[in-house]
Design a binder for this molecule. Structure first.
Ligand code: SAM
Length: 226
């Protein structure tokens, strides 16, 4: 899989995508992630990629030309399954969407900035708009990193034990069960006996019951009767 992220702040993305599961997936060649500086596509001598909004008003607007040229260069080299724009008014991001996107070959993510981007980019170049939540951040870099992380951990081989990604919260609309590790007794706070029993079928049953309980209690909107 290949993910190309277009941004005016490449440094903001370097660190989040260079640790842990994502770093290992990149090193193993499971995913190629390119962070592309939109300023490399501006003809402006000050490398500006924003301008004043037509009609006036507060804030600057990301210009269409550098975005058009950057996307044009990429799509001239290969086909893309999705060209995503991160936006507070986009489709809410969730695990289902991450699962779906992890099956794609090539995607572009455009991280917006300033007051927003020229509407013509959205109308003519973008195929999907994603929001990471009902709040407004200063830029799309953190949303792009979140979307990329959620996708990459689902690529087969990215996580050592594949079961681990499949048993995460939200897979099958159910939250994850509680986890414990050593010591079995910490200052009298004990690990449930069942987890020390070695009886795998009973442990699995207990985990499923716990996951259901937690889902009913914490996220009743996700819970469906079996
Ligand atoms: N004026 C815009 C509005 O009210 O919808 C917000 C612009 S925001 C300051 C700048 C950029 O951050 C956006 O273009 C978008 O790419 C990104 N962004 C901010 N909040 C986001 C969110 N919740 N989900 C995805 N992207 C977001």
């Amino acid at each position: 899989m290949r993910i190309d992220i277009l941004t005016v702040m490449p440094d903001l993305l370097e660190s989040p995508l260079n640790y842990s599961v994502v770093k290992r997936a990149r090193n193993k060649g499971l995913v190629e992630i390119n962070i592309i500086n939109l300023r490399d596509f501006t003809k402006d001598r000050h490398r500006s990629v924003d301008d004043y909004p037509f009609g006036g008003g507060a804030g600057m607007v990301m210009m269409i030309e550098p975005v058009f040229d950057a996307i044009g260069k990429l799509t001239g080299e290969r086909g893309y399954d999705e060209i995503i724009y991160t936006s507070p008014d986009g489709e809410p991001f969730n695990q289902k969407m991450a699962n779906h996107l992890s099956l794609k070959n090539n995607i572009i993510i455009l991280a917006g900035h300033y007051k927003g981007i020229d509407q013509r980019i959205r109308d003519h170049l973008i195929t999907k708009e994603i929001s990471i939540g009902d709040y407004v951040l200063s830029g799309g870099e953190i949303p792009a990193a979140i979307i990329t992380d959620a996708i990459v951990r689902l690529i087969p081989g990215a996580i050592g034990d594949e079961q681990s990604a499949l048993s995460d919260s939200f897979q099958d609309d159910i939250l994850a069960p509680p986890l414990y590790t050593r010591p079995a007794d910490f200052k009298g706070w004990k690990v449930p006996d069942i987890l020390l029993s070695g009886n795998m079928p009973e442990i699995e049953k207990w985990r499923h019951e716990q996951a259901l309980e937690r889902t009913k209690k914490l996220r009743p909107d996700l819970h469906k009767e079996d």
